[in-house]
Structure formats: structure tokens, C-alpha cells
Design a protein around this ligand. Structure first.
Ligand SMILES: C[S@@+](CC[C@H](N)C(=O)[O-])C[C@H]1O[C@@H](n2cnc3c(N)ncnc32)[C@H](O)[C@@H]1O
Length: 470
């Protein structure tokens, strides 16, 4: 990492991936299968290649522990080495050849495939639940884009010539609000540097058409003047912003004596999709400056399972703004009601056999008779978002409850009518054979999920009114 004040450090540049390692997005057919191979070393060698590095020892993370006798996950494939040089050649000073050496990412027991939500990471083998978290990917700092949120500004890539406008941008922007602008600069800069890793990795990033995060929340409408040198046109600038918004995460990085909150874009790990019930998490390994993707302790993984991380807790609208997607089962969904009407929390929960505390509501399906599958994530979301009351053991009065339920239903109807399309029309657009751009498709899905939730709340309140009589 470097600070703007420091003279540029000549740290090793990452070696580029061979173009064949990971077929580019735009060239890959729909049902593509992306298999990650450990890249070949590209530099000349005068001695036999060293034996393949053993899989790293799994570290203890937080409270999570690991079975000592568990077999390590194997690399996807053994490294492929260059042809050895003729034996009569003298080995030269190995240090000379280590200049410019860079560590590459390593992956264990996973593969990168195209799924319903774009590129994603899947288990390529079963993993038994372990008492400690287990590494499935390691990505060295040199490949990441990072910028710390407090001074001293430390960032990567750090081989930036003194006087470059990036220093100005970093100095003059607010890390709280403009973290995306700062990261976007680093991304654009990395693309400018010849042979930079990101020039190749960029082929696997979504194109402008596929970027959705700016669709509903265009934060930076114009390119700051200082950025013109990095982003020649507005589209490129927006693309970089969208990429960092939708793919970066916040991590605490310990660098020497500093423990810093940083915004980071971690290649390969940025292919992990989000789940509120994620089976993996990211961890900064201080000793050798690697980000690890780890399977959570106690989680069993079956071959073919999707590996996910939890991006953040938030309502669909925040997911849409930041990451460009929403989910119909997002347990954090929220609707803002303006009326004073409230329904009795315990009565509502008991009608649907929902128990637990507000943040951890769950449905007890065993208490539901027959094939009734009305209760799902949408009803749990409804229980969270509906205005409710609860006063000790004071029971609900059915007539008052029905009145409140009707008032809330009316408000949902008004919200539903405020959309320019109906649920059915949205569904028809999505089902139609005509080609719609991915950005539009995602925005329509978001709109649809919102409406489906409103409809679900209306239906749930119907059932509630029926049952509260008894
Ligand atoms: C960090 S990237 C993950 C990799 C991405 N799927 C790709 O194709 O490159 C985040 C993006 O993946 C998609 N995504 C991630 N999790 C999702 C989810 N649970 N549902 C729908 N889309 C999701 C969204 O488009 C989001 O902007």
C-alpha cells in the first residue's frame, strides 16, 4: 500500500492471467461453464519448477474451529508448468527471477459457472460440516483494488506516478460518501496500466448494458473534471462506478501497525452472489495479505451448491441501489405505511404459525395442516413491515383488528395502483420472447417483487380478518 505523499513504490506487478484461463464474458455462450485453472507462470525459468505449493493450513477465524484430521480441499487442478529448460543451462541467481513475481489467486473445491443470477461460484465437491471455517479461495492483495477510509490513505494499485490526478481525487473526496468514486478511479487507473491484471479480469466483468446498480440511483451525474483523464467518456465513468458499487465490500484490513476500514474490490470473490443465509464469508489474512473466502463453520456443502456471502442486511430498495438486484424473499423487506392503523402482533403471528423475535421470525410448518403453502418469506416480511401493537396480555378485539387490517389493506391497494403497470403486465413482459436488456429486466423484477409483496400483505390481511373472529 502507498500513501499519496510517499514516492511511488515499485512493488511487484501481478502477472497477467493467460487469456485462456477464464473465457471472457462477452465471448461465452449462455450455458457456459467456467473452470478456473491455476495460471501458468509466464516468466522464464532456469531451473525445474518448484513442487506445487501444498494447500494452505486452514486458519482459525473468530470463534470458529476446524477438525484437525479433516482432509484439506484439493486444488482444482495441479499447476501446469512450462517446459523445463535444458539441464546443461546453469541456474542463475533465483532472486533476479523473483523480481516481478506475483502471487496468484488459489481456489479449492469450487468452480465458476453461469447461473440464473449471472456468474456465480459453486462447490465442485461435498464438504462435511467442520468445527472451523475452511478456505475455498485465497486472493492476494496485489490483485485487489483497495482504498482505506481514513488517513493515512493506503490504496492499491499503488504504483501511481507522483502528480497523477488520482492523488487529488483521493485528497478532495469524502471517503464516507465518495468511496465509490475513489474506487472507480483506481479501477480506471488499473485499466490504463499496461499488462495490469484488471485489463484481463475486466473481460469477466459485466458490460455497461448488464450493470444495474445505477439504474435507480444515479448518484454521480457528471464526471468530476479531474477524472476526465481516467474516464474519457461518461459511459465509461458510469460503468466503473457501477462495477465498484455492485461488487465491492467493506473489510477491516490490518496493514503493519494500522487496522483500517477499507473499501475493497476482490477479484474472483466478487463472483460470489448474495444470500441472507450465506454459507461463506470473507476474511482478511494479515500474515500474508490475502483475502480468504471461507465456508462457515458447521456448514455442510454438497457438490453443486452455490457458494454465497451476505453482502449486507438491507431492504430491497437498498439492494437495488447498491447491487442492482432485489429478492422476493428478502427477509428485510420494508413498506412504509402512513396511516395510524396497527394490528395486534401476537394475533397476526399466531394465525400464521410464526414465532421468534422480530429479526428472526420463522414459520412453524409442522403446525400447518394439509398442503397449505401460503406462508413463506413474503408473510414473514409482512409480519416485519406491518405496523403492529402489543401490550402485555391485552388481547386483540376482533372488530378493531378488522378495521385496522382493512385500513392497511387500502393503503397497500393505493401503493399498488401507483405503479404504471400491473403484476400481470410485468409478468407478461418478463415472459415474452422479445429480447429485453438485462438492466430493464432486473428493474422490472424489482418492481414486480415490490408489488408481489404488497399483494401478499393484502392476502395475508384477508386471512387474518377471517381467522381473528375465532
Ligand atoms: C458481486 S456480483 C456477483 C457476481 C455476479 N453474479 C456476476 O455475474 O458477476 C453482484 C451482482 O450479482 C447479482 N446478484 C448477486 N446476488 C444476487 C441475488 N441474490 N439475486 C439476484 N442477483 C444477485 C447482482 O446483479 C449483483 O449486482
Amino acid at each position: 500500500m502507498a500513501t499519496p505523499a510517499a514516492s511511488p513504490l515499485l512493488l511487484p506487478l501481478p502477472l497477467p492471467l493467460p487469456a485462456s484461463t477464464f473465457p471472457p464474458r462477452r465471448a461465452v455462450p449462455c450455458a457456459r461453464r467456467l473452470v478456473l485453472r491455476p495460471p501458468r507462470a509466464g516468466r522464464p525459468r532456469l531451473r525445474d519448477p518448484p513442487p506445487a505449493a501444498p494447500p494452505p493450513a486452514v486458519e482459525e477465524v473468530g470463534e470458529e474451529e476446524e477438525d484437525d484430521d479433516a482432509p484439506p480441499l484439493r486444488l482444482l487442478e495441479p499447476p501446469q508448468e512450462d517446459d523445463p529448460f535444458p539441464p546443461e543451462m546453469e541456474p542463475a541467481d533465483p532472486d533476479f527471477y523473483r523480481i516481478g513475481y506475483a502471487r496468484m489467486m488459489r481456489a479449492y473445491g469450487i468452480e465458476f459457472l453461469e447461473g440464473p443470477d449471472g456468474m456465480a461460484v459453486y462447490a465442485s465437491r461435498d464438504v462435511d460440516p467442520l468445527r472451523r471455517a475452511r478456505v475455498i479461495m485465497e486472493i492476494p492483495l496485489e490483485l485487489m483494488l483497495t482504498i482505506t477510509q481514513k488517513r493515512p490513505w493506503m490504496f492499491f494499485p499503488d504504483i501511481i506516478p507522483l502528480g497523477h490526478p488520482i492523488f487529488d481525487i483521493i485528497e478532495s473526496t469524502d471517503p464516507e460518501t465518495d468511496w465509490d468514486l475513489r474506487l472507480a478511479c483506481l479501477l480506471l487507473y488499473a485499466f490504463d496500466v499496461e499488462d495490469n491484471f484488471w485489463q484481463l479480469y475486466g473481460d469477466f466483468l459485466p458490460s455497461v448494458d448488464e450493470c444495474t446498480s445505477l439504474l435507480l440511483a444515479p448518484k454521480h451525474k457528471t464526471i468530476p473534471l479531474k477524472l476526465k483523464r481516467l474516464a474519457p467518456d461518461h459511459e465509461r465513468f458510469l460503468w466503473a462506478l457501477s462495477i465498484v458499487q455492485s461488487r465491492s465490500v467493506n473489510l477491516k484490513l490490518r496493514m503493519g501497525a494500522f487496522l483500517q476500514d477499507a473499501n475493497v474490490l476482490v477479484p474472483y470473490a466478487d463472483m460470489l452472489n448474495h444470500s441472507p443465509d450465506a454459507n461463506c464469508f470473507l476474511h482478511w489474512r494479515f500474515k500474508d495479505r490475502m483475502v480468504e473466502v471461507m465456508i462457515k463453520a458447521g456448514r455442510a456443502v454438497k457438490k453443486g451448491d452455490e457458494m454465497t456471502i451476505d453482502y449486507m442486511s438491507g431492504v430491497n430498495s437498498s439492494f437495488m441501489e447498491r447491487y442492482g438486484f432485489s429478492s422476493p424473499t428478502n427477509p428485510w423487506e420494508l413498506i412504509n405505511f402512513s396511516s395510524d392503523a396497527k394490528i395486534h402482533l401476537d394475533s397476526f403471528l399466531s394465525v400464521f404459525n410464526i414465532a421468534g423475535l422480530h429479526d428472526e421470525l420463522y414459520h412453524n410448518a409442522a403446525l400447518t395442516s394439509g398442503e397449505n403453502n401460503f406462508v413463506d418469506g413474503g408473510v414473514v416480511a409482512a409480519a416485519r413491515t406491518l405496523p403492529t401493537w402489543s401490550e402485555g396480555d391485552v388481547p386483540a378485539i376482533p372488530s378493531l383488528e378488522r378495521k385496522s387490517a382493512q385500513a392497511l389493506q387500502e393503503e397497500c391497494h393505493t401503493m399498488l395502483e401507483s405503479f404504471s403497470t400491473t403484476i400481470q403486465q410485468d409478468q407478461e413482459i418478463l415472459d415474452s420472447d422479445g429480447h429485453i436488456r438485462r438492466t430493464r429486466e432486473i428493474a422490472i423484477k424489482y418492481r414486480l417483487h415490490r408489488k408481489l409483496l404488497l399483494q401478499k400483505i393484502i392476502d395475508a390481511l384477508d386471512i387474518y380478518q377471517d381467522k381473528i373472529l375465532f
